[in-house]
Design a protein around this ligand. Structure first.
Ligand code: PLP
Length: 348
């Protein structure tokens, strides 16, 4: 569903209009056209409070996280479930991680360890368990940052895709001086573009730029210009609206089929994003994953997202990404998933 036509038109327009200096070595802040477009878009759609001067373009969230970890290599509070790849990025920078428990209301930010100087959160849609950070917990995180001088890193990887109620605004809007807001086109457009952004508190802008070095070495200036055009001409909004409808209808199908065929399983994290979690009782996950694999489904086990430093018994379940399969394969995939879930719930 990548918007090939509209993206191609933006890329062509951007290439034609690009000033000569755009073809020289890039500024580590990123293209001004894109930083302007992002500042407007993020304040309009996500409640982010920023101007272009606080936006730094990076090569996807992973690159942004690497930069932040290199600046702040000490103690980080991390959600006890998250992307192992991101845990590895922090490890490689020498960060000491402190896992914080997550439940249906997101991370328990009232329990942030006092040693932490930075906390990495997915407030809009906890990854992968799926809860939205409760208002009281958003406030607690901000209070912690204000009281300790700590920094919240807000990974807003799929904040545009919320289905059942109004979008949850960014935590950054509550405390721009204490939050690094991080976004990416990986869920909204494609991870192939490798484009992301950090919206930084004033005190971190120069430090992040110094960490990047004298020139932009990661994000193509031409792709940045294409994205700026894509946002400014309204194509990004149109694409997100179209995808939201499509994902919601897939989400509805998934919930409906599982409710009918495997009513014993609890399906969570479905109010937003591109994945759901089919929760399983302890001891059932490994077999369910093997059955899913045999049925041609590529699923992850929820336990594999537990932070290695979290010593509590892992939660078990199937993490089901429902965005990628082509339409022609989706109903069959749902059918196979329902059978796997039904058998797993029955202990078979
Ligand atoms: C939790 C989480 N954060 C961020 C991202 C985006 O990462 P990147 O921009 O590096 O592709 C993803 C994946 O798309 C993700 O699952």
């Amino acid at each position: 569903m990548f918007p090939r036509g509209a993206w191609g038109a933006s890329a062509r327009r951007a290439l034609t209009a690009a000033p000569t200096e755009a073809f020289g070595p890039g500024d580590p802040r990123g293209r001004p056209e894109l930083r302007r477009a992002l500042a407007g878009y993020l304040s309009r759609t996500r409640g982010v409070r920023t101007g272009p001067e606080n936006v730094v373009v990076c090569s996807g969230f992973a690159n942004g996280l690497r930069l932040l970890a290199s600046l702040r290599p000490r103690d980080w509070a991390v959600e006890s479930y998250g992307l192992p790849f991101h845990h590895g990025v922090l490890d490689a920078a020498g960060v000491r991680p402190h896992p914080v428990a997550v439940d249906d209301g997101g991370a328990r930010t009232g329990e942030l360890p006092s040693r932490a100087r930075t906390v990495l959160l997915t407030p809009a849609h906890q990854f992968p368990t799926g809860g939205a950070l409760l208002p009281a917990r958003r406030a607690a995180a901000v209070e912690w940052a204000r009281a300790t001088g700590g920094v919240i890193v807000e990974d807003d990887y799929d904040g545009e895709f919320r289905y059942d109620r109004r979008p949850v605004g960014a935590v950054q809007g509550l405390a721009p001086e204490h939050v690094v807001y991080a976004g990416s086109v990986s869920k909204s457009l494609s991870p192939a573009l490798r484009l992301g952004w950090l919206v930084l508190p004033d005190h971190l802008v120069e430090r992040v730029l110094a960490a990047k070095g004298l020139r932009e070495s990661w994000a193509s200036a031409l792709d940045q210009l294409a994205l700026a055009d894509f946002i400014e001409c309204g194509a990004y909004d149109r694409h997100v609206r179209r995808m939201r409808l499509r994902y919601r209808s897939r989400r509805d199908g998934l919930v409906r089929v599982l409710a009918a065929r495997a009513p014993q399983v609890r399906v969570t994290g479905v109010s937003a994003g591109l994945h759901a979690v089919v929760e399983l009782p302890p001891g059932r996950e490994a077999r369910a994953l093997a059955a899913a694999g045999a049925a041609g489904l590529a699923l992850d086990g929820l336990s594999s997202y537990q932070h290695p430093a979290d010593r509590t018994p892992p939660r078990e379940g199937l993490v089901v990404g429902y965005a990628a399969p082509p339409d022609s394969a989706f109903d069959r995939a749902l059918d196979a998933l329902a059978e796997v879930a039904r058998r797993a719930a029955a202990g078979r």
